[in-house]
Design a protein around this ligand. Structure first.
Ligand code: EPU
Length: 430
């Protein structure tokens, strides 16, 4: 076990390079199951959810070679359907892409129910509705979801999702790409990672059009070939560093980004009074004037991302006046609030609305990373206040942030990772 120790209070300054996007890398890695050939994937982030996904695929018969720190070669030719490890699959949300990928390649699938951060109920009814529409018979049994078909492949159809869902849009895309005929997804999610996964599949010979709009058309093809593909930069990692720069009143340039993907975050920071300069593939964030409170509503892309809500709340605790965050995607993404309160933050939650009375001086405290983005939010809060804070359960942060401690150190933060003996293991050893 490890914890992060922070002596906060100093502004972050300098340049930080953003890694590949975890939420794009996940569907792309599982999409390799559809390809009986080698795929070389570049700009892969070194994070737990990705490394666990490699472990899952290796366990199913894939060969995965590391070419360099951010490039892998994935060959899923020999993958066997229905053999994914139950306990690994249930440790992450993104493993649900295996359902669409197995269904797409083999016309059947057997995968454990996925895990992921706990934000209240996270149903997968729209994924199942999509699989059924594609001709799958779906049953859930003993913690597994099983799909079978009479014709041995998905059958093209029209699907209208009841809500905008990233996961179900991608899963139907994966299932339909080798299907018979044409599939049209309506009310599709428009996130940059949907476009990235479609671009990857098209580089392998798929025929997908419309990704990035709310209508996606997938014309089934009989096989896919290998390709070389670079994953887009992580807009949430970039947004987290931008907000950390603002919260510490620093001056940070995030590099290797696509500024267009960050527009909702940039606009909100500017509204608060933060200075944001956009360049071709970098953004500089600094604070040189007074800041004002704001209202934020999380929405599907291109709206303000729910995955930036806790970080924004941590920042707004430092801005004088009353701000509001309305969480419209998840019922319960508020566990991080109890941690901010330990630091004296004046934050309250009513229904899905967070009210922040900003400007109260935060104090360092022992803190817990309650989930991935809640974890980075408390790190940001700890960076803003003088004194020593400690953050435990950091494996949850490491699910999605590549070398966080190294990158923050590079920006001048006094931060380190410290080994903590596991009390349960110690007890057993004694
Ligand atoms: N929903 C349903 N039924 C479904 C699918 C979704 O009711 O079948 C609901 C969800 O409960 C949620 C909303 O629809 O209220 C949106 O869910 P979506 O399917 O878009 O989310 P997801 O695919 O489960 C991905 C990311 C999340 C990110 C959301 C929204 C991955 C592995 N996860 O989740 O990322 O919050 O999209 O953008 O890509 C994170 O990285 O911290 C994270 C939680």
């Amino acid at each position: 076990m490890e914890k992060i120790v922070i002596n906060g209070g100093a502004p972050l300054r300098g340049e930080v390079e953003i890694s590949g996007f975890k939420n794009a890398a996940l569907p792309i890695i599982y999409a390799c199951v559809l390809v009986r050939d080698k795929c070389i994937i570049e700009n892969v982030p070194n994070v737990l959810d990705i490394n666990r996904s490699f472990e899952i695929l290796r366990g199913m018969g894939a060969t995965i070679k590391t070419i360099d720190r951010t490039t892998v070669e994935i060959d899923c030719t020999n993958v066997v359907s229905g053999t994914s490890d139950y306990s690994l699959v249930r440790r992450l949300r993104g493993s649900y892409y295996l359902l669409g990928a197995e269904f797409g390649r083999f016309g059947k699938a057997r995968v454990a129910y996925p895990g992921g951060c706990d934000f209240g109920v996270r149903p997968i009814d729209q994924h199942i509705k999509g699989f059924k529409a594609l001709g799958g018979e779906v049953i859930t049994d003993g913690g597994y979801i099983e799909i079978s078909t009479k014709i041995g492949r998905a059958k093209g159809t029209n699907i209208f999702f009841d809500m905008v869902t990233v996961g179900a849009t991608l899963n139907v895309m994966l299932a339909a790409v080798l299907g018979e005929g044409t599939t049209i997804i309506e009310n599709a999610a428009r996130e940059p990672h949907i476009v990235d996964c479609a671009n990857f599949l098209n580089s392998c010979g798929a025929k997908i059009s419309g990704a990035g709009s709310d209508i996606i058309k997938i014309r089934g093809v009989s096989e896919l070939h290998g390709c070389r593909y670079a994953i887009i930069p992580d807009m949430i990692e970039a947004g987290s560093f931008m907000v950390a720069a603002a919260a510490t009143r620093g001056d940070v340039t995030v590099t290797n980004v696509i500024p267009k993907h960050l527009e909702s975050i940039t606009a909100k920071l500017e509204e608060v009074g933060v200075s944001v300069e956009e360049f071709d593939d970098s953004i500089r964030v600094s604070v040189d004037g007074p800041l004002r409170p704001t209202n934020v509503k999380t929405l599907p892309y291109p709206g303000f991302p729910t995955d930036m809500h806790p970080q924004m709340c941590a920042f707004l605790t430092t801005v004088q006046g009353v701000s509001f965050i309305n969480e419209s995607i998840y019922d319960n993404r508020f566990k991080y609030v109890q941690e901010l309160k330990r630091m004296n933050a004046a934050v309250k939650v009513e229904g899905r609305m967070v009210t922040i009375e900003g400007g109260v001086t935060l104090s360092a405290a022992p803190l817990v990373a309650v989930d991935l983005r809640g974890g980075i939010a408390v790190i940001i809060a700890a960076l803003t206040c003088s004194g020593q804070s400690e953050v435990t359960d950091i494996h949850l942060i490491e699910r999605g942030y590549d070398d966080l401690v190294g990158k923050l150190k590079q920006l001048g933060a006094d931060i380190k990772k410290v080994y903590v003996p596991d009390p349960v293991a110690l007890k057993k050893a004694n």
